[in-house]
Design a protein around this ligand. Structure first.
Ligand code: GLU
Length: 400
């Protein structure tokens, strides 16, 4: 009998974290590896945000914070939601956690009973189903392929809802596809949700500001205010503010749910770092112009990557509206043989081949629930991306 708890057998280590950790280890061991695994901006945290943290340290704001988060940051989150999303929340409806991931964990742990269903459109961010399973919930995966732009439709949602449905998880722009839900897409989903008032919605808006080509970001509570009481709006500072390591995410929603999440957090981390929270105040209340300049770079990188991948034999890549990922199909490569004579049977075989033969680290589609695809994060220096795409082209050409 294993010493370890049975519940751990329900989940896998996060594949995105695993790939980026492996790439970092290989690089540290002197291997020529280009890591396109982690969804992490290569840009440094802006100076004014760092300064807010230095100021907090110098002012001795280094003590415990309440589990919900420091009041100043919760107020800054309320102001942000009003300003950007036209959503009214009070600070007792906000929880700050150690990144978006912890607030998702808290929300599901605080609300899911054994057997409760959580509808998750696939491809999905790797952690949604595993967190749901850890909470003894049942992920209900809805396949949303490339032909439907990787988005769940109203009919698919209607068909997936049962009396046991507790949550629908939405993520726009999406990790791993970059697909964005338009106002009309969300309107159609909202109409279905209005027919089923037992279904709550967790909307992960982490990539809200990373949108391109004039794509207009909407979040579901803004599209249908009647849903707001049963929407948990999740967001964080990691991506748009280049603050991945600071660990600041937040959730906005029903007071009782937030209270339950705070109870849980008081028995785990207590809070994210107080210093990071002051940096978060500096981020949300400070200058945002760097986001537009970063986006100009992201869009150039996206266009470079999409174009180079579409030139690779056997790869088909859509142009996404947001985030910093592409999720190309490798259907054209399945069944081909590597120069060493190994048949590429799965997308995992393909990413293993890329890493071993060309030193390019990417994440296989199966990790995100939709194969045969792979995910590339283009939040990486442009010259490295270009080199990585050339290597991918070469790897594809070598398959027969
Ligand atoms: N969210 C990022 C990604 O998908 C960071 C790693 C993780 O937490 O999944 O790559």
């Amino acid at each position: 009998m294993s010493f370890l708890a049975d519940r751990l057998s329900l989940i896998q280590p996060s594949p995105t974290v695993a790939v980026s950790t492996k790439a970092a280890e290989l690089k540290a061991a002197g291997k020529d590896v280009i890591g396109l695994g982690a969804g992490e901006p290569d840009f440094d945290t802006p100076e004014h945000i760092k300064q807010a943290a230095f100021d907090a340290i110098n002012a001795g704001k280094t003590k415990y914070a309440p589990p919900a988060g420091i009041p100043e940051l919760r107020q800054a989150v309320c102001d942000k939601l009003q300003r950007d999303n036209n959503l009214s929340y009070t600070p007792d409806q906000i929880q700050v956690g150690c990144g978006g991931k912890q607030t998702i964990y808290n929300a599901l742990m605080a609300s899911v009973n054994p057997g409760d269903e959580v509808i998750i459109p696939a491809p999905y961010w790797v952690s949604y189903p595993d967190i749901a399973m850890l909470c003894e919930g049942k992920p209900v995966i809805v396949d949303c392929g490339q032909e439907s732009g990787f988005k769940i439709t109203a009919d698919q949602l209607r068909a997936a809802i049962t009396p046991k449905t507790k949550w629908l998880i939405l993520n726009s722009p999406s990790n791993p596809t970059g697909a964005g839900y338009s106002h009309d897409d969300l309107r159609a989903l909202a109409d279905v949700l209005l027919e089923h008032d037992h279904v709550w919605v967790m909307t992960d808006d982490m990539y809200e500001f990373l949108v391109y080509d004039g794509f207009e970001f909407w979040t579901i509570a803004q599209v249908e205010p009647k849903l707001q009481p049963r929407v948990l709006t999740l967001n964080g500072l990691s991506k748009a503010y280049c603050m991945t390591g600071w660990r600041v995410g937040y959730a906005a929603g029903d007071k009782d749910l937030i209270k339950a999440m705070n109870k849980l957090q008081s028995q785990s981390t207590t809070s994210t770092s107080t210093i990071s929270q002051w940096a978060g105040v500096g981020a949300l209340n400070g200058d945002h112009s760097f986001i537009a300049s970063n986006n100009e770079v992201f869009v150039q990188r996206r266009d470079l990557v999409v174009s180079m991948l579409n030139q690779a034999d056997g790869i088909d890549c859509l142009t996404p509206q947001g985030a910093f990922y592409v999720y190309p199909s490798i259907a054209g490569l399945i069944g081909r043989k590597t120069p060493a004579g190994k048949v590429i049977e799965t997308d995992e075989d393909f990413v293993t081949y890329l890493l071993e033969e060309e030193g390019v680290a990417a994440v296989h589609g199966a990790a995100f629930g939709l194969s045969p695809h792979f995910r590339i994060s283009y939040a990486t220096a442009t010259d490295l991306l270009e080199e990585a795409c050339s290597r991918i082209q070469r790897a594809c050409a070598a398959l027969n």
